[in-house]
Design a protein. Structure first.
Lengths: 401, 286
């Protein structure tokens, strides 16, 4: 009995130890030490995981390439870069929890991500409070005066939508669109922006359907709207659901364009198996041209490595903006030569950055539109599916006055 | 246009009925709300994908293999988790089966990854019928679902084995006294219900896509339908599945986001008027 009690106490103490240990993590890097941690917040599980995991892989590639060339030097101290990826679960609570872990436990100096509005709204206030510089690489909530340390390094939701409308109108003569948007914050923001600007864009919205998250049978959302024969379908849904829109719209006899203001799926072959090879032809989404023409030497090297290591089975290499945030933070640190967030912000406002993914330079602006110049104005490039690859259609600049 | 909407609704109903029928069978006999049913539906779909797309086995043989494999998983769950918890507090069984569901989902993520995958359907093309368009895939889904549900119903109500199963459901102690091996019956029921879940995955997988998260929404919807129809009643599941499928099919076509509100108002009304469901009877957890 005594021995059993003793064993029980030992077991309980071990259990208590395991429960308490996470609150006392090993000492993480402090400024001045040799590892610079950059936290990546993106969905690593769930319907948006494909995008999130790609972003993490691209960032890790950029970090490895940087480390292979000697890392980053700030104020005379050399740092190797470590990307710490945490799942933001594509939710407000998940974004907040992920940011807390990165900032307080992992001691990340900078944050990258998320590309969707909900998690950003969860972590942005915390990052602002702790003066942690953050770079968003996707079409999530745009920075404003309340988030002075948040920088948007890719086209916003609004810019992607506007660029797509411009492309469809100018290049393809398509003016009447059916809007299919996810029934969440993302989808609502998209639709509201389109409603507000449709006259300026010369767009007629024939119908809007808000599609519940996770919906797979889209016939109820397509049947009636397709009778109005829109020129194109604007599909602001998760990538898998978009594949089902393509499949089911074609089954219903729809012959017009089907588009998405999000990135072209990287593993096109897998996506086409869901949508159907024939049905997917002509599908239009964001995708840079697949050549390395105009890229910086570093950009060419990054692309070559990515093609060999990240996508050996043939990723199309869509939307190379996935690691823009990293290159911007790196260059800002090297120019500012300090970790002081306010000095970094000054550099970000004034500097013209080398964009390693494309041939045009990058500056921050957007003060008239957003009240704060933390926003890049970038062209948005689109391609269409052709066979089992893509064909570049064109880029549209959207002015953010 | 209305014809298209009605046909859409019928396909949606077929999906729901097939998932709910396995769930209601388990509840009716084992008196367990099988939260792992959605996970088994997902595993069935993934097994078909594995056999078909990765091993080159044809779709129909892949489906049979997936049904057998999933049935065995179901039997393992019954033998290892549910049977030991018979006569224990209700929450113990519910908690355990929920844990099983999460383990299966996590295992699927580790084995097959996060991304959506496709099951290539053996049916292709569309049929134009009464002013509507429907793919042969969907027609096959409705027909196969109907065959399975009718087969299940026939087995329960028109065979000796079904008679024994109903006896165990009604009073397992008395059935045991009559010489019925209750343990064997429980294993059989769990095997059949898991096989039905896998069949649902095999049938629905080609229409949409397969990912580790597809089980959750399926089991939630299935539970709602069996509650509306009457726990343990296959007829009730069929009726409830038709009601929910048509409300959603017509609602999403014409009312948009109000459909979800309308669906839940309908559910509340049904429970207020018929607390045990449309065709349900009062039950006890043994």
């Amino acid at each position: 009995m005594k021995r059993r009690n003793k064993n029980r106490w030992i077991g309980l103490m071990m259990l208590a130890g395991f429960m308490v240990a996470p609150f006392f993590p090993a000492q993480a890097a402090e400024p001045g030490q040799k590892v610079l941690k950059i936290g990546d917040l993106n969905p690593l599980t769930g319907p948006a995981a494909a995008w999130g995991m790609n972003t993490l892989k691209y960032l890790q590639l950029a970090a490895q390439l940087t480390n292979s060339k000697g890392g980053i030097t700030v104020a005379g101290q050399n740092y190797t870069v470590e990307i710490v990826g945490v799942d933001d679960k594509d939710t407000v609570e998940g974004g907040r929890a992920a940011a807390e872990k990165l900032i307080y436990r992992d001691k990340a100096k900078f944050l990258v991500g998320s590309f969707r509005p909900a998690p950003v709204s969860g972590w942005a206030p915390l990052a602002t409070k702790e003066k942690i510089m953050a770079a968003i690489g996707g079409p999530s909530i745009s920075p404003g005066p309340k988030t002075p340390y948040l920088f948007q390094c890719a086209a916003s939701l609004a810019e992607r939508a506007e660029a797509l409308v411009k492309l469809m109108n100018k290049t393809l003569g398509a003016k009447r669109a059916l809007f299919l948007c996810s029934d969440d914050l993302d989808g609502k923001l998209d639709y509201e922006y389109a409603l507000k600007n449709k006259e300026r864009w010369g767009l007629e919205i024939t119908d809007l359907k808000m599609v519940p998250k996770g919906a797979t049978d889209l016939y109820p959302f397509l049947t009636e709207p397709l009778k109005k024969n829109p020129d194109w379908i604007y599909c602001k849904l998760a990538i898998g659901t978009t594949a089902l829109v393509v499949k089911q719209a074609r089954e219903l006899g729809y012959k017009g364009y089907i588009t998405s203001p999000t990135s072209m799926p990287g593993k096109i072959a897998d996506w086409q198996k869901i949508a159907g090879m024939e049905a997917s032809q002509g599908f239009i989404a964001i995708c840079d041209p697949l050549t390395d023409e105009g890229l910086s030497p570093l950009g060419k090297e990054a692309l070559a490595i990515a093609q060999k290591t990240l996508w050996p089975e043939g990723w199309v290499g869509t939307d190379r903006n996935y690691n823009t945030q990293f290159w911007i933070l790196k260059e800002a640190l090297e120019v500012a030569n300090t970790f002081d967030p306010d000095k970094l912000v000054e550099v970000l406002y004034k500097h013209t950055f080398t964009r390693h993914e494309a041939s045009f330079p990058l500056k921050f602006g957007g003060e008239k539109t957003y009240g704060i110049p933390n926003h890049t104005t970038l062209p948005v490039s689109f391609s269409k599916m052709a066979g089992s690859s893509v064909q570049f259609l064109g880029s549209e600049y959207v002015t953010s006055p | 246009m209305l014809e298209q909407v009605l046909i859409n609704s019928l396909v949606l109903s077929g999906t729901y009925i097939l998932i709910a029928s396995g769930l209601t069978l388990i509840f009716g006999i084992l008196r367990v709300i099988n939260f792992a049913h959605g996970a088994l539906y997902m595993v069935g779909a993934y097994l078909v994908y594995t056999f078909l797309s990765l091993m080159g086995v044809n779709y129909f043989l892949s489906t049979v293999m997936a049904i057998i494999a999933t049935a065995m998983i179901g039997m393992a769950i019954e033998a290892g988790i549910l049977h030991p918890l018979v006569d224990k507090p209700l929450l113990a069984g519910l908690g355990a089966i929920l844990g099983v569901a999460f383990i299966i989902e996590g295992g699927a993520r580790m084995i097959w990854g996060e991304e959506n995958v496709a099951i290539q359907s053996p049916f292709s093309g569309v049929l134009h019928f009464l002013g509507a368009t429907v793919s042969w895939e969907r027609i096959a889904a409705v027909v196969l679902s109907a065959i399975i549900v009718m087969g299940l119903y026939y087995w329960i109500w028109n065979t000796k084995q079904g008679y024994i199963i109903r006896a165990v459901a009604e009073n397992r102690q008395v059935a045991s006294l009559q010489g019925v091996n209750e343990r064997r019956i429980r294993l059989l029921v769990m095997a059949v219900a898991s096989g039905v879940a896998a069949a649902a995955g095999a049938i629905m997988g080609p229409l949409f896509y397969v990912n580790p998260y597809m089980g959750g929404p399926a089991v939630f919807k299935g539970l709602l339908i069996i509650a509306i129809g009457g726990m343990g009643s296959i007829n009730g599941s069929v009726l409830a599945g038709l009601i929910v499928g048509f409300v959603e099919g017509i609602g999403y076509s014409y009312w948009g986001p109000l459909t979800e509100i309308a669906s839940f108002i309908l559910v509340i009304l049904i429970f207020v008027l018929r607390p045990h469901g449309l065709l349900g009877v009062p039950y006890e957890f043994h």
